[in-house]
Structure formats: structure tokens, C-alpha cells
Design a protein. Structure first.
Length: 582
């Protein structure tokens, strides 16, 4: 046979094969569309529908540089079809309990597996994939049917205890119940998608049957003002300080003076939301905004700022300080024994004299002093926008006794939050202008589009000259002859103020002698302020003071902040301030 005839024969057979294949496809298509369609329709009537959820991942919480502080990772949810699992419910429940432990309740699971007239139930949500796979493998090995898995999400906190009290945590249903997780829950939470389709009596999806699909929308990210590296360093330093001083708890907060952005907010003891350890009421409370305490001598800066704003004091103003006072039958003294002293206003701050502050504050009426304290933000929320914030306690000036006027001037008889104190002293550091502290910079959607979170504009509470006057006084505190030389930072001018206040017994409302709250507030560089750091230690060992216990912590954290953000050293030395006069 010639090559030409062979070629024609091959083409003939190829054509026949192709025709046969198309005939088979056509017949199957006719069967599905014409014959089986009615059968599938009948199956859908006999069976029902199944819905598969496409869970929306919760938005991430990021630091100022975009690093994850809280994020969502892949998880697995175990579901079941009770019409298939009911006969073997005890065996399935036993296997799940053995593999998942306390994540699942044995008797509750049996009830779910036997749910009447149901084709779908959740057994346990949001498991790590390896844990869920192990449980499903055990069920498959036992040749039991009707248990399935769905893709889910898990909340993860990569830093563990890092900034835990600021971030908060989510509950078992994935809802934020503290911190930023609660405050921005609606923004972080996306919208789950779903697909609903018809299934046969055996649980199989019916081809060609109706289905409905709702697209999933991921939650938005929340970008904070926190610097992760500074936060980590501060967390570690504060834990050491609380441990070394045997304090009940401690706080360390750093704020950018110009923007009022919080770049670090530490608390100890704290908890780990990732491992769910240490989650007691005392550890999960956000002490920076929810815990109130009497601030002690840090408040003297506010009193002096009010006086300077009225032109009643300068750093060199002479003040005669008595050896002691009795006001409304209430004895008041300084932390050290002395006779009559001739101190300047700066000397009163540098040596932290209660009596000298009382003498200076007498130049203000109750009403005037109260009005200034309100202007500095006391007795009201700081505006930081965190859940559960306390307003603190500032009684109305009309009700003040002489003793109230005296003690409030140096920080006793008034209760504040740490964030309120940051806001108030921040106004002094910011040349007399106050702004609301911020912990969130922006939100970001799935397309990467960022929306800034607006913050209130700053407003003036005291004059620029008044703020400069108090800054000069505060620089004397960190000098070698001040109360906190340990806060000084080489190459930088540092302004600061110590605080030591008696603790109040919540049960009786009375002071507990021998128990104090000590603190240090300071900013640097004093000649061009950039950062303000506040350290609070509650109930340290009996002879601890703000200058010896809190100031060294300030030194380390502030030094790290200045280095981290590349703040140039001061161009001059702190001016010499006379503490006494003749």
C-alpha cells in the first residue's frame, strides 16, 4: 500500500475516534441536563442545604513601623453532620476528647452530634491545624463518618507579653474584650463569607443545584504609634525594676512631646495572650488608664506652672519655708527634718519641699487653683481612647478646706491616672500646649489604603514663658545637688520631677503609713523636648524613693528612646539655678 493510502487511512481512524469521544460527551451532557436533572431535583427535595462559612481574618495590630503586634493565622474548625454522626456519637466524642483535651466537653459534644433534624453543627472552633488534623486522623482511623473541617483563623500575639495591656485580647468567639482589641473591635472584625448549596441525603453536594455565595471581607489593620523595639526594652527594664524593688506593680510610658503619640507603654506584672497565661484581673487591667492613685510631688510641677502663668513665681522667687505646719489640725512636713529654710522656687522643686509648695500655692484661691487643675486635664478623661478609662478624682474647689488646698498642691488628696499625668506634664514640655495622648496612628484596609486616625488639636493651658520657667526648675532636679541625679543622661539636658505619695487603703479610704507610690517624670532634651517618660512603682520596699528607685528606670528607657529615634544631644549645658537665697 502506498504511503499516500496509509496517510488517508490514519486520518480516517482519527476522525472516527474524535467523533466517538464527542458522542460520549454529548450523551453525558444530555443525561445531566435532560435525564439526571430531574433526579438531582428530586434528591434536593429529599435532602436539604448546607452552608460553608468562609471566615474573615481579623485585622492585624501593627507597630508604627508595620511590624505585627497581633495578627491572625490559619486555624481549623471541626464541624459535624448529626444525621451521619448520631449513631456513633459517644465514640466520636471520646476520640475528640482524647485528642483535644479541655478544648472540648465530652457530654456537650455528644448532644451536638445527636442534634435532631440538623445537617450541620460546630464542634470546636479555631484550633491549630496540626491539632485538628490529629483528631480527624484518629476519627478516620476508627472508620467513623460525618466529621468535617473548615478553614478558620486564630489570633496570635508574636511578642507574647509585649505591650499586652495595651493590645488586650479576644475571647473564644473572636471578640475583643480589652485594650485595642476591644476599642477597635468593629474595625478589626471583618465580614465572614459563605456558600450555601443543596446536598443529598448522604451529605454530598448536588451538581447543577442552586447555590449562593457571599464574598468574605477581611478586617482592617490598626497601626499603632508604638515602637516595638523600644517597647520590648522597656518591658524588660520595668519587670526588673518591679522585681528589684518588690513593688506590687509598675508602669513605664513614653510619649512624643510634639505629637502626643505614645511610643511605649509597659506594665508589670502583665500576661501572655498568646499562651493565655497570667490572665488574672490584676494583670489584665490597663493600669495606665484604669488605675487611680495619688501622684505625690510630680504634681508640684503643675502647681508651679499655674503660679508662673499668673506671674506669681519665677525660678528665682524667694520662698521662706517653715520647719513644719499644722493646717486644720493636720500636721504637714517634708520628707527630711529641717529648720526654717530660704529656698528659691526652683529650690522648692529641686529639693521637693511640700512646705515650700504650700507657701507658694497660697497665692492662689481655691477657685483659681481648681480651674488650673481642670485646665491641665484632671478630673476628666485624657482622650487616649482606650476602654475603661477613669477620670480620676478631683473634688470641686468650692468644697476645699485649707488642708485640701495645701495637700492637693503637692499631689496628695487628688487621684489621677498615669495617662492624665503624662498629658499634664507633657503640656509643660510642649511650651505650654496640651494635646490628647494617642496610641493609634491609622487604619489600613485589605487594599493597603491607610486612613489616619484624627487627633484633637493642641491647645494652650499656660504661657510659653511659664512652661520655660518650670522647665528650668525641673532641670535642677536632675543636677548633682537635686533629688534625682540618677536621671541625668550624658550629653542631654534632662528636666524631671520625683514623686512619693502615701498609698490609700481602698477599704477604709485612709492612708497606710509606710506604704508609698513612688515615681519619676521627665523629658529630654530639656532645651528642645522630644520625649517624656513616666515611671510609677507601687508599694516598693519601705525606704524607696522616686529619685533612687524610679529615676534609674527613667534614665535607661529615655536613653533608649533618644538613641532609637536619633535625637541629637543638647547643644548646651543646663543653666545653673540657685536653690537658696539670702
Amino acid at each position: 500500500m502506498s504511503p499516500r493510502h496509509l496517510t488517508r487511512r490514519r486520518l480516517h481512524w482519527c476522525t472516527v475516534v474524535v467523533l466517538v469521544i464527542f458522542t460520549l460527551f454529548g450523551a453525558r451532557l444530555f443525561q445531566i441536563q435532560g435525564i439526571d436533572a430531574s433526579a438531582y431535583a428530586a434528591m434536593s427535595v429529599q435532602a436539604g442545604t448546607a452552608t460553608r462559612i468562609d471566615p474573615a481574618p481579623r485585622g492585624a495590630i501593627l507597630d508604627r513601623n508595620g511590624q505585627n503586634l497581633a495578627t491572625s493565622v490559619d486555624g481549623v474548625t471541626i464541624t459535624a453532620d448529626p444525621s451521619m454522626t448520631a449513631p456513633h456519637a459517644p465514640q466520636i466524642a471520646r476520640i475528640l476528647r482524647e485528642e483535644l483535651g479541655d478544648s472540648i466537653d465530652y457530654f456537650d459534644t455528644i448532644d451536638k452530634l445527636r442534634t435532631p433534624k440538623s445537617r450541620f453543627v460546630y464542634l470546636v472552633r479555631d484550633l491549630p491545624k496540626w491539632t485538628a488534623d490529629k483528631a480527624i486522623d484518629a476519627i478516620d482511623k476508627a472508620e467513623l463518618t460525618g466529621v468535617f473541617t473548615e478553614k478558620g483563623t486564630l489570633r496570635s500575639y508574636p511578642g507574647g507579653r509585649l505591650a499586652a495591656n495595651l493590645l488586650g485580647y479576644v475571647n473564644g468567639a473572636g471578640k475583643g474584650v480589652a485594650g485595642l482589641e476591644q476599642q477597635y473591635d468593629k474595625i478589626l472584625t471583618g465580614k465572614d463569607g459563605s456558600s450555601t448549596y443543596e446536598v443529598s441525603p448522604t451529605g454530598q453536594r448536588i451538581p447543577m443545584a442552586d447555590s449562593t455565595v457571599t464574598k468574605m471581607v477581611p478586617g482592617k489593620d490598626v497601626k499603632t504609634t508604638i515602637d516595638r523595639d523600644l517597647q520590648w526594652f522597656s518591658d524588660q527594664r520595668l519587670v526588673k525594676a518591679v522585681r528589684d524593688s518588690s513593688s506590687d506593680w509598675g508602669l513605664a510610658i513614653t510619649m512624643d512631646v510634639k505629637t502626643c503619640q505614645i511610643v511605649q507603654m509597659s506594665q508589670a506584672p502583665t500576661f501572655d495572650a498568646d499562651t493565655r497565661t497570667g490572665m488574672t484581673d490584676s494583670n489584665t487591667v490597663s493600669r495606665a488608664v484604669q488605675t487611680v492613685y495619688e501622684p505625690g510631688s510630680v504634681m508640684k510641677t503643675v502647681t508651679m506652672a499655674a503660679l508662673a502663668d499668673q506671674g506669681k513665681v519665677t525660678a528665682d522667687t524667694p520662698i521662706v519655708v517653715p520647719s513644719k505646719m499644722v493646717i486644720d489640725k493636720y500636721p504637714i512636713g517634708d520628707y527630711w527634718e529641717h529648720g526654717t529654710l530660704k529656698l528659691t522656687a526652683a529650690g522648692v522643686i529641686a529639693l521637693s519641699s511640700n512646705l515650700g509648695t504650700i507657701v507658694a500655692a497660697r497665692q492662689m484661691s481655691n477657685e483659681t487653683m481648681y480651674d488650673y487643675f481642670r485646665k491641665f486635664g484632671f478630673g476628666q478623661e485624657s482622650g487616649v481612647k482606650l476602654p475603661g478609662e477613669s477620670k480620676g478624682i478631683l473634688s470641686n474647689g468650692k468644697d476645699w478646706t485649707k488642708a485640701n488646698h495645701a495637700t492637693i498642691s503637692f499631689g496628695q488628696g487628688i487621684s489621677v491616672t498615669a495617662m492624665q499625668m503624662m498629658r499634664a506634664v507633657g503640656a509643660i514640655a510642649n511650651a505650654g500646649k496640651m494635646c490628647e495622648p494617642a496610641v493609634v496612628a491609622s487604619t489600613r484596609d485589605a487594599d493597603g489604603e491607610e486612613t489616619p486616625v484624627g487627633s484633637a488639636a493642641s491647645h494652650r493651658v499656660v504661657s510659653k514663658d511659664a512652661a520655660a520657667t518650670v522647665t528650668r526648675m525641673m532641670e535642677a532636679v536632675t543636677a548633682e545637688d537635686g533629688t534625682a541625679p540618677a536621671a541625668a543622661i550624658k550629653g542631654y539636658r534632662v528636666a524631671g520631677k520625683t514623686g512619693t505619695a502615701w498609698r490609700v487603703d481602698p477599704a477604709t479610704g485612709r492612708y497606710i503609713r509606710g506604704q508609698n507610690t513612688v515615681s519619676f517624670m521627665g523629658f529630654a532634651p530639656a532645651d528642645n523636648p522630644r520625649f517624656l517618660t513616666y515611671i510609677v512603682l507601687d508599694k516598693p520596699y519601705s525606704n524607696a524613693g522616686g529619685g533612687s528607685t524610679a529615676a534609674p528606670v527613667f534614665h535607661d528607657i529615655m536613653s533608649m528612646a533618644l538613641e532609637r529615634f536619633g535625637v541629637a544631644p543638647s547643644g548646651s549645658k543646663s543653666p545653673k539655678v540657685e536653690q537658696t537665697w539670702e
